[in-house]
Design a protein around this ligand. Structure first.
Ligand code: PMP
Length: 299
């Protein structure tokens, strides 16, 4: 993590070191916050934020489920992000907006606590290795009747943290979590795609986060006339695939080359994954005009 000089907190641009909150912040105790992960890429026309609108929509939508009224308008948050990138004079970064129940109330019902709102940027290169070996986790994804799967809520991530420990302690790079029925769900912070006989498959929504990179890849594949099917994927189908990859803002497009003891394809990035990955990077770097409305330029 390469830190930056300024952080936006509750409407003010302050120095990184000064962005502090109270120990009795509700979210620290109970995970009652919502957040986003967004990337800003260097392009020929200056830094550009990828799919800013969709990330801010998801942030506000997550907040709604937590009965949280964000004390800023969507446009104000977007402007603050752009302004913060300029202030920090950074060309490429990861952007973390977070809104959470803060100080003022304890007990499980957070209503009445302050609502704190922050935006942090940092330089973040590759989140995962270029190619990853994954383990099917002993932890399952949160049951869709236990939580609201379409929301990106801080507390949910303890499930991802356990799965990450499990993968690391078993000497794998990352894990894949199954859903409560035993079908493939997603990685701890990534959606998953597999390819079999030229067709791209991804788990349908239900137990997984509706990833914005997932949505981008589905659209890109369709534009390239590659067939995409959203469906339940069994472990057997997963292990018999020709290619597999993760998608996520942090993970971008990361090929999966081994699942448990099974090598995927020839053990390296597959052909279709390569096509989709190359197109994705062209788009985020502003090199494909067709997708220019996915980019918000900073200048
Ligand atoms: N699933 C989970 C659990 C995640 O945390 C993320 C990262 N936000 C994703 C999928 C991928 O979503 P996105 O492409 O919007 O970053």
């Amino acid at each position: 993590m390469i830190k930056t000089k300024y952080i936006w907190l509750n409407g003010k641009f302050i120095r990184w070191e000064e962005a502090k909150i109270h120990i009795l912040s509700h979210a620290l105790h109970y995970g009652s916050g919502v957040f986003e992960g967004i990337r800003c890429y260097k392009t020929r026309n200056g830094p550009a934020v990828f799919r800013l609108k969709e990330h801010i929509e998801r942030l506000f939508n997550s907040a709604k489920f937590l009965r949280m009224k964000i004390p800023f308008k969507k446009e104000e948050i977007k402007k603050a992000i752009i302004r913060l990138i300029k202030l920090n004079r950074i060309e490429e970064c990861y952007i973390r907006p977070i809104v959470f129940y803060g100080y003022g109330k304890m007990g499980l019902n957070p209503k009445g606590a302050n609502i704190d709102c922050g935006i942090i940027l940092w330089g973040w290169g590759k989140y995962l290795k270029d190619e990853v070996k994954v383990k099917i986790s002993k932890f399952i994804r949160l049951h869709p009747k236990s939580v609201i799967s379409t929301a990106k809520i801080c507390g949910y991530y303890i499930n991802s943290i356990f799965a990450t420990f499990d993968a690391e302690e078993s000497k794998f790079d990352e894990s894949i979590l199954l859903d409560y029925r035993g079908f493939v769900a997603e990685g701890p912070g990534e959606n998953i795609f597999i390819i079999k006989k030229g067709i791209v498959y991804t788990p349908k929504l239900g137990s997984v986060l509706p990833g914005i990179t997932r949505d981008s890849i589905i659209k890109i594949a369709k534009d390239l006339k590659i067939k995409v099917i959203e469906k339940d994927i069994s472990v057997r189908e997963l292990k018999n695939c020709d290619e597999a990859f993760f998608t996520g803002t942090a993970a971008e497009i990361t090929p999966i080359v081994k699942i448990d003891e099974k090598i995927v394809g020839n053990g390296h990035i597959g052909e279709i994954t390569k096509i989709l990955k190359n197109k994705f990077y062209q788009i985020v770097r502003g090199e494909d005009k067709k997708y220019k409305n996915w980019l918000t330029y900073v200048n």
